[in-house]
Design a binder for this molecule. Sequence first.
Ligand code: GRF
Length: 223
Amino acid sequence: MSLEKKSAEKSIVILISGRGSNMASLLSAVASGKLPVRIAGVISNRPDAQGLVMAAAHGVPTCVVDHQQFADREAFDTAMAAAIDQLAPDLVVLAGFMRILTDGFVQHFAGRLMNIHPSLLPSFPGLHTHRRALEAGVRIHGCTVHFVTPTLDHGPVIVQAAVPVLDGDDEAGLAARVLAQEHQVYPMAVRWFAEGRLRLADGRVVLDVAQDAAGLLIAPVAL
Ligand code: GRF
């Protein structure tokens, strides 16, 4: 890769709280050359997040901003924003980051803060989405990548992947089927951003991607 190309490459910071499987899908998309970004760092609010070990094994710089060390949400978010700003990313990617963010934090990163949520928003914001989908008896469930706004799990939708809810599904089985789709759509959305084909304008998603009858935006299978 030429120096010129490298300097134009966008950088991302990934925020995690736990397992880090979405983070891992981004790392492997980068490693295989399918996602043209530089991962400037992975930051966790929990020192014991499993994803930190995986990121370090990939040679990605990691850091912990432990929310328990801060008196309140504002103080934590200020420290987290400072840690991110040090890495000067073009995009901040929330990947299983389990903290409610203050308005100030969200506004600071407006238009460059992305999240993945395990439901077809606006259905089932919040926790236990798979259990709630089963309880509600929906036939289609899935995941959503969206820009983050101050209202929890509510920002402009970038891409969604749908999966059927099958007779006899339990929470774990449905979660696994949705997670497999998360691992497809998140690298895809980050790639669109990195290629300048995705942005937020006046609170709406502007996407320069062919939207054909094959259902690219419904059940994407690969980058
Ligand atoms: C994923 O289901 C994601 O949608 C949600 O939290 C979970 C994180 O899983 N926000 P992982 O840490 O990426 O494996």
